[in-house]
Design a protein. Structure first.
Length: 453
């Protein structure tokens, strides 16, 4: 039996979806789709709405998401009030609300992490740009969950070491700047910029100790991908290590990704530095010796690329060597911003191979969208590569074997960046296309995969 805490309203239809609350008394097996609807008047309301809920950026079905209808006349809205009708999606992201009173409603879906029955900032939400009029023939609705961002980035913790200070934030940052609280000039700001690096998908800002960045008070200014900004005054302290700590932890040197013994003659070699580096302008970064006979200088950008955080140097080869190549980086041309040794004195000697360990993914593009970002994702939906509005065809070279997926962020307004969900819960996000198929790429293989959006 159902017991209600207060009298029911007259001439009103009530619906109860028990979901998995009703189970078999012997085996505790949940009963499927158990629902109860009744009216306190002569008629049952007949309007209904059904549809699907999926994640905006992955297109994966959103299981157990809350879906609610709010009457247009309600003033409290989804952030403060309870929905007039409420259900949850099934394991495939499907939802259905029946026996609804005909009228206009605001339809929302959200990931109710704290199960309080309403949307809270920080949760993902899907919304429609205008109210929906419900009747008994309402067409299915496709809702896409995204995370509107109206809050500024927040620093969550700080870690200090002898050579660096790490600032951790609750979200990824797009930009960061550091200036002294006193005596700031354009010259001092320019000197500090190389010592500040974003890491961990922008969630960590690393401040390296340099001649320009020492102990003191600084003004920190940050901005996230939605344009929310924050400013904070921080005390930077680089603790002096004890003698025991200095002996126990010698400075890390430069590493070579994968510790290779051989390299494809048109392959790449990646050097990872322990700290950001500065490349002396006009100087060769090193030399390439082919079969110990022919030598030539290595220069940027013709022979390689320095990563945006300046901690990874990729050397691109195109050699006719028969047996070996030897790469020697110049310690005078590549300098750590902290002044420490990078351990570059020993040359890297590799056997030349004719077998390409990487693969190529390419294909035709069919679209009417003039501006977009084409992203290559790994099997965890992390961005591996990105192209800006390629015309007609795309190509991703030198990919490690693995599983990939294509995603397109369509810049419909042409402002140079994709716009996500808006905190006003009215302005829709710009379109996203996620390829449904997972692309399996093998070594020494070129794969053609067309994309249309």
């Amino acid at each position: 039996s159902l017991v209600f805490p207060k009298p029911l309203e007259s001439n009103t239809t009530y619906s109860f979806n028990f979901r998995k609350a009703i189970v078999d008394i012997t085996e505790s097996t949940p009963a499927k789709y158990q629902a109860l609807s009744f009216s306190t008047g002569p008629n049952l309301d007949s309007a209904k709405v059904r549809g699907t809920v999926a994640d905006l950026l992955t297109a994966r079905p959103a299981a157990d998401a809350s879906v609610g209808l709010y009457r247009v006349a309600d003033t409290v809205g989804v952030r403060r009030g309870q929905p007039y009708y409420l259900t949850r999606t099934d394991s495939k992201g499907n939802f259905e609300l029946n026996f609804i009173k005909v009228g206009e409603y605001n339809l929302y879906a959200w990931g109710d992490k704290n199960n309080n029955g309403r949307y809270d900032d920080g949760e993902k939400i899907a919304y429609l740009p205008t109210p929906i009029t419900l009747a008994d023939t309402t067409r299915p609705q496709a809702l896409r969950l995204g995370r509107p961002d109206r809050l500024p980035p927040r620093r969550t913790s700080i870690e200090s070491a002898a050579s660096q200070v790490s600032l951790h934030f609750n979200e990824g940052l797009r930009t960061i700047s550091l200036t002294p609280t006193t005596g700031a000039t354009p010259a001092t700001a320019a000197a500090l910029a190389p010592a500040v690096v974003l890491a961990g998908q922008g969630r960590t800002a690393v401040l390296y100790r340099t001649p320009a960045l020492a102990d003191g008070r600084y003004l920190l200014a940050v901005a996230d991908s939605a344009g929310n900004t924050a400013r904070d005054t921080i005390n930077v302290r680089f603790p002096v290590p004890t003698a025991t700590a200095r002996k126990a932890a010698p400075p890390a040197g430069t590493a070579v990704e994968g510790n290779p013994r051989a390299v494809f003659r048109q392959g790449q070699v990646r050097f990872r530095f322990p700290v950001p580096v500065v490349i002396e302008p006009g100087r060769a970064i090193g030399t390439l010796a082919e079969d110990s006979i022919k030598r030539r200088p290595l220069r940027l950008p013709a022979d390689g690329l320095l990563s945006p955080d300046r901690t990874e140097l990729t050397i691109t080869l195109d050699t006719k060597a028969q047996k070996t190549v030897e790469i020697r980086l110049d310690t005078a041309a590549i300098v750590a911003i902290t002044g420490q040794s990078l351990g570059l004195r020993q040359a890297l000697r590799l056997t030349v191979s004719d077998i390409d360990p990487s693969g190529v993914l390419m294909g035709a593009i069919e679209t009417k969208a003039p501006q977009f970002d084409l992203q290559l994702l790994d099997d965890k939906y992390q961005v591996v590569r990105q192209l800006r509005s390629p015309k007609g065809r795309y190509r991703f070279d030198r990919l490690p074997p693995g599983s990939y997926r294509l995603r397109v962020l369509i810049d419909r307004d042409g402002d140079g960046q994709w716009r996500g969900p808006n905190p006003d819960l009215r302005t829709p996000p710009e379109p996203v296309y996620v390829s449904p198929a997972l692309i399996k790429l093998r070594a020494n293989f070129e794969l053609e995969d067309k994309i249309a959006f």
